[in-house]
Write a protein that binds this ligand. Sequence first.
Ligand code: GLN
Length: 244
Amino acid sequence: MEDKNLKISIAHLYPKLLNLYGDIGNIITLKKRCEWRGITVEFEEINMGDTIAAHDLYFIGGGQDKQQEDVAAELYKNKENLLAQRDKGAVFLGICGGYQLFGHYYQPHNKEKLKGISLLDAYTVAGNKRFIGNVTAKTDLVTPETLVGFENHSGLTYIQGDTKPLAVVTTGNGNNGKDKTEGAYFKNVFGTYLHGSFLPKNPHFADFLIELALEKRYGEKIKLSKLNDEIENMTHENLVGKAY
Ligand code: GLN
């Protein structure tokens, strides 16, 4: 199927509250990598109080504990709806705080536990150390297998059941600084601690998500046409293995 006649719908969840370290760059990357191929993007920004309609791809960024508290309560109201979207094959990408809310809960320090929406079989508890710095991790989902980004979190995420690690950390801390895992995925739901923002520096993963979202919409695998990623790949390679 030609790129030109394709369409994809993308929702950005709560960007006014969860958009740490320019996580909006992930949305810009998804939009641009579609538009450069002539793929029409239907985009919707979801803010507090909005209903969440069916989309091919949902994105949520990261934020400090306070913003997470506000979003968690709102997101929880949409739990059943978003679980149903997951089970219909919708693609989700959550970064850091947003990723944490994809699990069963996030337990901050000395505060009420924040209920998550259980898209992932995972949970997060606040640690005593803040992990800050560059991360390189290796995944078997895309080629090249490296993913790079920047982490800043005190939350320690543990994954279980059928939820799998997105990648194995080779530089940095990842999910909890202990089990060498970074991020998580189940079905087409993906979470990662990598800010930076994530997708501009990992264009291969951006295309992987777009192809999954198109497959969900059209019911068949669609291979995207190649783009000139010379600058993106140079940026990516320059960050592989960089610690601080
Ligand atoms: N508040 C969460 C933590 O510190 C998430 C931070 C973030 O989104 N960067 O773990």
